[in-house]
Write a protein that binds this ligand. Sequence first.
Ligand SMILES: [Ca+2]
Ligand SMILES: [Ca+2]
Ligand SMILES: [Ca+2]
Ligand SMILES: [Ca+2]
Length: 250
Amino acid sequence: MKTTAVSLSGVLLSIALAVSGCKGGATNGPGPQTGPSASNKGPDRSRCDTKGKRVVKLDLNRDKQPDVWNIYDNKIDRSGTKVDIMACKAVDLNFDGRTDLWKYYDDSGSISREEMDLDFDGRIDLTTYRRGGKIERQELDTNYDGRPDIFKYYEDAKLVRIERDSAHDGKIDYWEYYEGGQLDRIGYDNDGDGRVDHWDRASQTAAAAPQPAETKPTPEGEDATKPAEGGDAKGANKSDDNKGGGAKAE
Ligand SMILES: [Ca+2]
Ligand SMILES: [Ca+2]
Ligand SMILES: [Ca+2]
Ligand SMILES: [Ca+2]
């Protein structure tokens, strides 16, 4: 039963695609391409569909080809008047005729999702999810293999966690946890089982944090008394040179 249901829905899908393909000849021409190739889970892609919507096109580089499509939905507000609400913004960032940035808006007019093709190969590499305009999650594909490998999670628009698939094998092997906007701890999965094997805590790493002023302690009093100012410390050298140079000149 299950297999027939699947194949039936497959047939229906292919019919639907064929029909939309016949009708949607215009989508291959001018206009934002809805549904980039990597898309399979986009819940609100229809928002970028231009059909039956008001579309305002802009030509930013003045080559007579549109690069920005502002797509508006018609809504009727409480007083019964027709209003245009932004549904989608599609942008061709590098002016090659292909859309590289999509912004999807919710019914209240705030951005719910942004998709970006960073290397202009037609596949989305950066997706930002928002709720009520506030950032919730970000997915980034750093090696452009079509699979996100960095995931950033936000609470109340504040970064709380970064997960990374640094081996690009589909498994998270690196975690950063943030407390109050500050990095608190980092977890590493060394054996590839998806679990943290080793933690680095902020309290431990704080001592080794790159703070140039503290990493090279140069006790001024000692330097002044000791003749060893042969220029081993680059930063501390300047003031010593000034002192030493002045003394020697006299
Ligand atoms: Ca243009
Ligand atoms: Ca483009
Ligand atoms: Ca891409
Ligand atoms: Ca990837």
